[in-house]
Design a protein around this ligand. Structure first.
Ligand code: ARE
Ligand code: CA
Length: 583
């Protein structure tokens, strides 16, 4: 038995309450393990202490499992009678069994030794207040990410002085094209018609750059984007159309025009804001300060973005007041935290407490590109930007030697990292303002739609970046931030493409299986470049998704209602085709 491959602990994604009744228990083993049993019971039902305590648990075989590249992920849901749970496992491989306790592995004889004090895994109490609760609406939402400077210019009056003519071509971060909030309001019907139900706006508070990640004033809408009145109008109109609004909170750092930072530059250690930042050396060259020399910490050595000290209670209070202002007065529905992994956990916890008090179904999304379990226990973020999913997906097309089994393992990896309630609200995206655009990644319109079909059938909450509905081109930042070609869109040039996205969104909204967390893969060993999986909803209704990534046409079995197909001739699925049916 490969003991070293076996892992369980009574925390994180391994053991957690899904709700007040269900305790989810997962265990990871090597592929040599053939069967896993769990023995669970109440810690006190058989007595409290001493020799007369008797085990009174039940035995259950774990039958649900997911393949991971080097492991198997076994899972079960138990319903502890009294909110407490004490358990151990039996693992079977090659006709040998071992019992797995918190302190290690035992044979049956060792376990039953009269002098052995067994150390059970224990989940002591499912306190309702500690249960990770994520907002229900997020799993139902289809997001659209907008980079306001380049989405639509709805008000020429507020354009920056040096505004350039709107047009579809490469852009730089120093250029301004006049996009604004009124422009978004003007296009809400367009978005609602596509089926969008959530908008994620990159920063809109006053800042000097086109991307506005260098905040100057957290209490003010950037004048080139509009003012508080226009913003209120945007939120209200969006709400009327069933669209929620999520803002970008840049709290890891500010811009170099932020008033407290200017005060520090002027007064040095005498400034009451000196400890709002992370300054290591004073004085430093104010004209040409380069944080590579360590004089103060900033975002990624960007001197115009000094790091805010979120270890300082005053800074925490200030930023909480900022959030309170925008939630209370403008009724925003969520916040995406920029560079969320560098902000103090204390701040994240306080932010959750505040926002959920103001608005219980407020959505808190962290910008994290790596394993984020530390932030996802239910007392900080609801979800994170699921960049790892995008990478898992992309890899299958990047490496033609990858098999459908590799794909399955990669997807499973993404959806076993966190709790189920987190999976429901993960912010799934294939590109953003920080990456090259999807069409630039895949360089093929059919593969583009194959990946989108996967995106729309995954658990979580899908997001498309503005322009994805027309397969807008663009390489890495800043090229992924081009102006939306409205003239062409309005002239109907992209009608067919928009219809495809509309169809996918409509299917996701009308078939619960699309958004469900329940899926399983069908391994086609004869053709390992065919991806095949089935999604199941709570009412056991299923949809089947087939993607032909091989070089040859394949025959698909028609079993029910066809929902979506591209490059499909009745039952022939051509290379790069997608076929989705109800079964
Ligand atoms: C721009 C240029 C850069 C140039 C820089 C210097 O694009 O090429 O070096 O200017 O002036 C914002 C703007 C950017 C701007 C940047 C700095 O949008 O255009 O860069 O400010 O001025 C990591 C972070 C993650 C961060 C990404 C970009 O962990 O938080 O890098 N993303 C957020 C926003 C950005 C924003 C900022 C942070 C700063 O979404 O738009 O940039 O407010 C791996 C790692 C990740 C890493 C990721 C990408 O996978 O795991 O940690 O993300 O790669 O590098
Ligand atoms: Ca404008």
């Amino acid at each position: 038995m490969k003991f070293e491959a076996i892992y369980h602990r009574t925390s994180d994604n391994y053991c957690y309450p899904l709700n007040e009744e269900d305790l989810i228990i997962n265990i990871k083993t090597g592929h040599d393990i053939e069967r896993v049993f769990i023995y669970y019971g109440d810690p006190f039902e058989g007595g409290i202490l001493g020799g007369n305590w008797t085990w009174n648990g039940v035995e259950e075989e774990l039958i649900y499992k997911k393949n991971l590249t080097h492991h198997i992920w076994w899972t079960t849901t138990v319903k502890p009678k009294f909110k407490r749970c004490k358990y151990y496992f039996k693992l079977v491989a090659n006709d040998t069994s071992y019992y797995y306790f918190e302190d290690g592995f035992y044979t049956e004889a060792e376990m039953n030794h009269q002098d052995k004090n067994l150390v059970y895994f224990t989940f002591p109490w499912m306190n309702s207040i500690d249960i990770n609760k994520t907002p229900d609406w997020v799993n139902d939402t289809v997001w659209y990410q907008i980079f306001p400077e380049r989405f639509n210019n709805g008000d020429k009056e507020n354009d920056p002085k040096n505004v350039k003519a709107w047009g579809f071509h490469t852009v730089s971060n120093d250029e301004f094209y006049g996009g604004d909030l009124q422009g978004i309001i003007n296009r809400l019907d367009y978005l609602a018609d596509i089926g969008i139900s959530g908008i994620y706006l990159t920063p809109i508070f006053e800042a000097n750059t086109s991307h506005k990640y260098d905040t100057k004033d957290y209490m003010k809408i950037d004048p080139h984007f509009g003012d508080e009145k226009v913003f209120k109008n945007l939120v209200d109109t969006a709400h009327e159309k069933g669209i929620r609004i999520m803002l970008d909170g840049v709290f890891n750092h500010c811009g170099n025009q932020f008033a407290p930072w200017l005060d520090v530059l002027k007064n040095g250690p005498d400034s009451k804001y000196f400890n709002w930042f992370m300054i290591n050396k004073w004085p430093f060259n104010k004209e040409d300060h380069n944080t590579n020399d360590g004089s103060f910490y900033s975002f990624a050595f960007t001197s115009r973005m000094p790091k805010l000290n979120t270890n300082n209670p005053e800074v925490i209070k200030y930023l909480l007041d900022v959030v309170e202002y925008w939630v209370k007065n403008f009724d925003i529905d969520g916040i995406r935290l920029d560079v969320a992994n560098e902000i103090s956990h204390r701040f994240c916890k306080d932010l959750r407490k505040l926002t959920k008090e103001l608005k219980p179904d407020f959505y808190i999304l962290g910008e994290l590109w790596h394993d984020a379990i530390t932030w996802l226990h239910g007392d900080e973020f609801d979800g994170v930007m699921n960049y790892p999913l995008a990478t898992s997906l992309a890899d299958y097309w990047v490496y033609p030697e990858k098999t459908n089994y590799d794909f399955e393992c990669a997807i499973n990896h993404n959806f076993t990292m966190y709790m189920q309630q987190t999976n429901d609200v993960l912010f799934n995206l294939l590109d953003s303002h920080d990456t090259n655009r999807l069409i630039d990644k895949v360089k093929d319109i059919d593969i583009f739609y194959q990946q989108l079909a996967v995106l729309f059938t995954m658990p979580g909450s899908p997001c498309i970046y503005y322009g994805t509905e027309i397969a807008m081109e663009g390489s890495y930042d800043p090229d992924c931030r081009r102006c939306m070609p409205w003239e062409d869109i309005d002239a109907g040039l992209f009608k067919d493409r928009i219809e495809i996205i509309k169809a996918l969104i409509h299917l996701r909204k009308t078939n619960n299986a699309f958004k469900s967390r329940h899926y399983h893969f069908i391994e086609d060993k004869n053709n390992n470049r065919v991806i095949h999986y089935i999604k199941t909803d709570e009412d056991h209704k299923q949809v089947e998704v087939i993607l032909n990534c091989s070089k040859d046409s394949i025959v698909v079995q028609r079993k029910g209602n066809e929902l979506f197909s591209l490059l499909n001739e009745d039952t022939i699925l051509k290379p790069k085709g997608v076929f989705i049916q109800q079964i």
